[in-house]
Design a protein around this ligand. Structure first.
Ligand code: SF4
Length: 691
């Protein structure tokens, strides 16, 4: 018989590298990924993708993939069967719960896993263990933005769609390196600017690509964004640009807020932010005259000790100018991980059931208890612990066990030395991942999960759009889809849920959580998508607030704020401020992008960006090795001299390096949301005698 090659298969999937959630067809032959082909039907990206979506898939068939469960024995891992590993996890979690109480166990859900998997993570925590201590990586990134939206307009998601961003008269990008972190959205903004004359204001410490393209580029001093945002809000009132009709009919606390703006004069803003008064006026005029404004922000705002307040200030500015509820308007926190929005939407939050329903609300708790077949008092009415508190309390011996799914906590959490110490104090750590990550190295049991291409499910992108992804190939070795692992674990803990397909999980959520009432796999078939809230008849909501705000009386709230100094500033000894962020070619800890030469070779080296003026002052040349020291530790890294940074600001990517940037970052955090202030790291540098 003539030998024939296996058929080429084409499967729709969704990129797992950023919150844009580009979808495309993946061409495969057996396990070989032949190419990624975007198609016009893709609702977010059409025929566009970036380099990661197109090429960063080598990790799927990496020989380093975990393919069998591991159990630590005498300090070393040994392979185990699924039965043995799951029995051990179930027994140890139940024993620890019974001995130390439900809140001695914490769960960190994955922002890369599916919505259905996020739902099961919180269901195990809440229903079986009895704790609300469940969180996801939004704690490290956009939780402060969500808080700002809750305070002012009510929904924890982008106000509109990416199409609205394209439609806006003016786009403001704050603390977001859009062209490297959300490249396809950046392309749309660039196109709108080029073809439609869309205006662009960028405020950032760093002169990245979008800053270079901006009509106005404001470069505030670190951690002072609340001041210029509040000053521009005052400017709107003072110069007749506040939308009086909108404020009178749709907004509460207007006068109280206006009074709170008294300190925010142009002189004060110039002094605190360093932005020239003339530039503030120019920006104020551009915002005031724009017919529709979209404001995008990211971790340059949120990863500060007052990130929730600054996010609130940005949303306040949009409310003052009536820029919510119309096409081309609204606040848009740019979600980083592909499913960080979905992990929160589907309940991996310490205070919310899926659909942002409060755990402290008796009626809500009674509803979820009924749906899950238990008495209301079997579900905790106490807000649980978040990632930050779990780690702190593990260090203090109060949290005894943690279950971490797909998160690289040991590398990505601030002050990694502290995190490592906390992990060594746990009685029991379970890590569910596709690689033996740095976090897994601390684990007692490691369970091999699957990447998205080896399972089915749904993701929610930054614009609240829910999309399906399909199984491209079967799980590698003995690895299993995370939803199946969690279902099997629940059964061993006395709850036989019997899910045979992720669609059954989605059906369950849709039957309970109001904002997902009309979500079904049929309505998401193929290239179809839905933006929550979705009514029972399937009507979705790409643009929020057209019929009022998501508050008790349907009105937005202007939230008074004061500016407070950052928790850590440069001083006589630590005289420089270290900023950090992502690069286009890499993703987080590089556990995925570091598995093949195609992507890794484009940016293999760690570096620190130094301004030309600082380089001259300290005698630093391109490639000079620097010892960078904070109050937490020291790293050694070569310098890149560039005017992307200015003055005494430094920048390092978050991806590479041993031990990595979080050797330097600290425990100081935003007290409103417990998000670490990664971007407030005071350091000093020493020029090393090394080439
Ligand atoms: Fe993936 Fe984001 Fe790139 Fe799209 S823009 S291909 S979602 S990394």
């Amino acid at each position: 018989m003539k030998w024939r090659q296996p058929e080429i298969k084409r499967t729709k999937t969704v990129c797992t590298y950023c919150g844009v959630s580009c979808s495309f067809e993946m061409f495969t032959r057996d396990r070989q990924i032949l190419k990624v082909q975007p198609v016009v039907e893709a609702p977010v990206n059409g025929i566009s993708t970036c380099i990661k979506g197109k090429f960063a898939w080598d990790f799927v068939n990496s020989e380093k993939r975990l393919t069998t469960p591991l159990i630590r024995e005498n300090g070393r891992f040994r392979e185990a069967s699924w039965d043995e590993a799951l029995d051990l996890v179930a027994r140890r979690l139940l024993d620890i719960r019974d001995m130390h109480g439900p809140d001695s166990i914490g769960f960190i859900g994955s922002s890369k896993a599916s919505n259905e998997e996020a739902y099961l993570t919180q269901k195990i925590a809440r229903l079986i263990v009895g704790t609300n201590s469940v969180d996801n990586s939004s704690r490290y990134c956009q939780n402060p933005a969500t808080k700002g939206l809750f305070r002012t307009v009510g929904h924890g998601g982008d106000a509109g769609s990416i199409e609205d961003i394209e439609k806006a008269d003016l786009v403001i990008i704050v603390g977001s390196n859009l062209s490297e972190n959300h490249p396809v959205i950046a392309s749309k903004v660039k196109a709108a600017k080029k073809h439609r004359g869309q205006k662009l204001i960028v405020a950032d410490l760093r002169k990245h690509e979008m800053a270079e393209r901006a009509d106005i580029f404001m470069r505030p001093k670190a951690s002072t964004d609340l001041v210029w945002a509040s000053t521009l809000a005052r400017y709107m009132f003072d110069h007749g640009y506040a939308d009086t009709e909108f404020l009178n009919s749709k907004v509460n606390q207007v006068e109280e807020y206006r009074k709170s703006l008294e300190p925010f004069t142009l002189e004060f803003a110039e002094e605190i932010t360093g932005i020239p008064r003339e530039q503030l006026i120019e920006a104020g005029e551009m915002i005031g005259k724009a017919k529709s404004v979209c404001l995008l922000w990211a971790m340059g705002i949120t990863q500060h000790s007052h990130g929730a307040n600054t996010s609130t200030a940005l949303s306040n500015l949009l409310v003052v100018t009536g820029n919510y509820g119309r096409p081309g308007t609204g606040g848009y926190p740019m979600r980083g991980h592909n499913n960080v929005q979905g992990a929160s939407d589907f309940g991996c939050l310490k205070n919310m059931y899926p659909g942002y329903e409060k755990v402290t609300d008796d009626k809500v708790r009674a509803k979820w208890a009924k749906a899950w077949g238990v008495a209301p008092d079997e579900l905790s009415d106490q807000v649980g612990e978040d990632n930050f508190l779990m780690v702190q309390h593990a260090k203090e011996g109060k949290v005894k066990a943690m279950y971490v799914i797909g998160e690289e906590t040991a590398f990505s959490d601030a002050d990694s030395t502290n995190v490592h110490e906390a992990f060594t104090k746990l009685d029991f750590l379970v890590v569910q991942d596709i690689f033996l990550s740095r976090t897994a190295e601390f684990a007692d049991v490691v369970l091999p999960g699957c990447p998205s291409v080896e399972k089915e499910g749904t993701f929610v992108n930054t614009e609240r759009r829910i999309q399906r992804f399909y199984e491209v190939m079967p799980p590698l070795g003995d690895s299993r889809p995370d939803w199946r692992i969690l279902t099997d674990l629940a059964a061993r803990m006395g709850h036989d849920w019997g899910y045979n397909h992720p669609s059954e999980i989605m059906d369950e959520v849709a039957g309970i959580a109001e904002i997902f009432a009309g979500v079904t796999y049929e309505r998401l078939e193929g290239w179809k998508s839905l933006s929550w809230p979705v009514k029972a008849d399937g009507t979705d909501t790409p643009l929020l607030y057209t019929d009022g705000f998501h508050t008790d009386d349907g009105k937005a709230v202007l939230f008074p704020l004061e500016w407070e100094k950052p928790a850590e500033e440069a001083d006589g000894e630590y005289d420089l401020i270290l900023d950090n962020g992502r690069m286009l070619e890499q993703f987080q800890s590089t556990n995925q992008t570091g598995r093949g030469p195609r992507i890794w070779s484009l940016s293999p080296n760690w570096f620190v960006e130094v301004s030309p003026e600082l380089a001259q002052e300290l005698g630093i040349s391109e490639g000079t090795w620097l010892e960078v020291t904070s109050r937490r530790g020291t790293v050694e890294v070569p310098a890149v001299i560039t005017d992307r940074v200015s003055g005494r600001d430094l920048f390092m990517p978050i991806h590479q390096g041993k031990p990595g940037i979080n050797k330097l970052t600290g425990e100081h955090h935003d007290p409103d949301v417990n998000t670490p202030a990664y971007k407030e790291t005071a350091v000093k540098v020493r020029v090393m005698d090394r080439t």
